[in-house]
Ligand binder design. Structure first.
Ligand SMILES: Cc1cc2nc3c(=O)[nH]c(=O)nc-3n(C[C@H](O)[C@H](O)[C@H](O)COP(=O)(O)OP(=O)(O)OC[C@H]3O[C@@H](n4cnc5c(N)ncnc54)[C@H](O)[C@@H]3O)c2cc1C
Length: 400
């Protein structure tokens, strides 16, 4: 049991919380980060996070400034082309294929894909190098008491923390958000995502492929080779019962099912990890700030995994918070700073959540005529070069 006095308490040590701790620690603020669940940092260990994060272009500068990019760049798979495939016809085969190429925007790839378990390992190592940052896995936030001038946070081990700013990065059921009485609007789709890694005989050539049929997209995102074979991370979204059925299939049957769902674009797919299942919702907090509290990442917004928006939006939150904190460090966590944070982030977050909600509903379509309409829509968007380019820029977060 200890009493801490720090600039910032980060509640939550998921990928977003660890990033926030490094971002503000590297900027010179004293930071304590807590999480009741110690991160699993070994790919094949029970409970490891088998999702990957496609960090889009704007993420790189922030991660570099925080000293995080340097630790992971050797393991990052570049994403040069985003391929959208509509396979919504009678047979599971591609009928519209459109490539969005990063060269249309700049010399850089759209982004880089990294495994979440590896991010946790490397981001934790970075926190160890920062003398002004302490990470305490195994300890959670228990109570939050705020005044105009400071916040006092009680921890699960009986310790108490006095700080100027609480960054709530404690996930979609955020205890800090609940303690502040901030409400959320939640949309449920009755859908789940299976996340796992595969190997395949046909190389991905740095193309991320999103295949739409019904039930949700089937997305393959490039990974570095695994055991000498080309490898991809897969996110397969389906209605809940179908996702659970797939998750419990014998390995051979599952491999046959996913190869068919992938339209065999990469040849026969082989499982290269466990299968993990994630519930899919959209959620937005009514506001992203409270007295001495900033909500970031899934504590503030949750989206279905389409277009790699989730964590990239969270980095957008941190970019704005950091900019405000560095512009006036003496006002860290005061009402003006947090009002500005909310004003600059909340409208954009709500617009993005609404956009992804629409894309997800289009991808879930069961009825053939509507699926046909979706294919027509994809063709139309693609054929207009300025629309195509704007969509790509918006996807990267370069345009609101
Ligand atoms: C299948 C799938 C694929 C995805 N792919 C991408 C992608 O390619 N690109 C992208 O940008 N995003 C992607 N996302 C979204 C991204 O994974 C999430 O945005 C991100 O992992 C959420 O991070 P988080 O840290 O906010 O939440 P979490 O990972 O849920 O972390 C919250 C943490 O808070 C902790 N916590 C809980 N209670 C307390 C407490 N009392 N005190 C302190 N801590 C507490 C929890 O233990 C947890 O570690 C994907 C999501 C899914 C489901």
């Amino acid at each position: 049991m200890q009493n801490y006095d720090v600039d910032i308490l980060v509640s939550g040590g998921g990928v977003a919380g660890l990033t926030a701790a490094a971002v503000f620690g590297a900027a010179g603020f004293s930071v304590l980060c807590v999480d009741p669940t110690p991160p699993v940092t070994d790919r094949d260990a029970e409970g490891s996070d088998l999702r990957t994060t496609a960090f889009l272009q704007p993420a790189q500068a922030l991660l570099e400034k925080a000293g995080l990019w340097q630790r992971v760049q050797a393991d990052a798979a570049p994403l040069q082309i985003m391929r959208i495939v509509d396979a919504g016809g009678a047979q599971p085969e591609p009928r519209v294929v459109k490539d969005f190429n990063a060269t249309d925007l700049s010399d850089l790839p759209f982004g880089w894909n990294l495994s979440n378990w590896l991010l946790r390992r490397e981001f934790m190592a970075r926190l160890n190098d920062l003398p002004n940052v302490e990470f305490r896995p195994g300890t959670g936030t228990k109570s939050v008491f705020t005044r105009d001038a400071m916040a006092r946070v009680g921890l699960s081990d009986g310790s108490s923390v006095t700080c100027r700013l609480v960054i709530a990065a404690d996930g979609r059921n955020s205890p800090v958000r609940n303690a502040m009485g901030i409400k959320v609007k939640t949309t449920r789709y009755g859908q789940k995502a299976l996340a796992f890694a595969v190997t395949h005989p046909i190389p991905h050539e740095n193309v991320s492929t999103e295949i739409h049929r019904s039930g949700g997209p089937f997305t393959l995102v490039p990974l570095p080779d695994y055991q000498g074979m080309p490898s991809s991370a897969v996110v397969w979204m389906e209605r809940g019962p179908e996702a659970m059925r797939l998750a419990s299939l014998a390995e051979d049957d599952f491999e046959a099912a996913m190869t068919e769902r992938s339209c065999s674009l990469f040849g026969p797919l082989k499982l290269a990890s466990r299968r993990s299942v994630w519930p899919i919702i959209s959620q937005v907090a009514d506001r992203m700030q409270g007295e001495r509290v900033a909500l970031v990442a899934e504590a503030a917004h949750v989206v279905p995994p389409i277009g790699a928006q989730g964590l990239n939006m969270s980095l957008g939150d941190m970019r704005v918070l950091l900019e405000l904190a560095e512009a006036a460090p003496e006002r860290l966590g005061d009402a003006r700073m947090l009002d500005t944070y909310n004003r600059r982030r909340h409208a954009e977050v709500r617009a993005r959540v609404a956009g992804i909600d629409l894309l997800n509903r289009a991808s879930m379509l069961q009825s053939r005529p509507l699926r046909d309409l979706r294919a027509v829509g994809l063709n139309a968007i693609y054929s207009l070069a300025p629309v195509r380019k704007t969509m790509m820029q918006m996807g990267l977060g370069a345009r609101g």
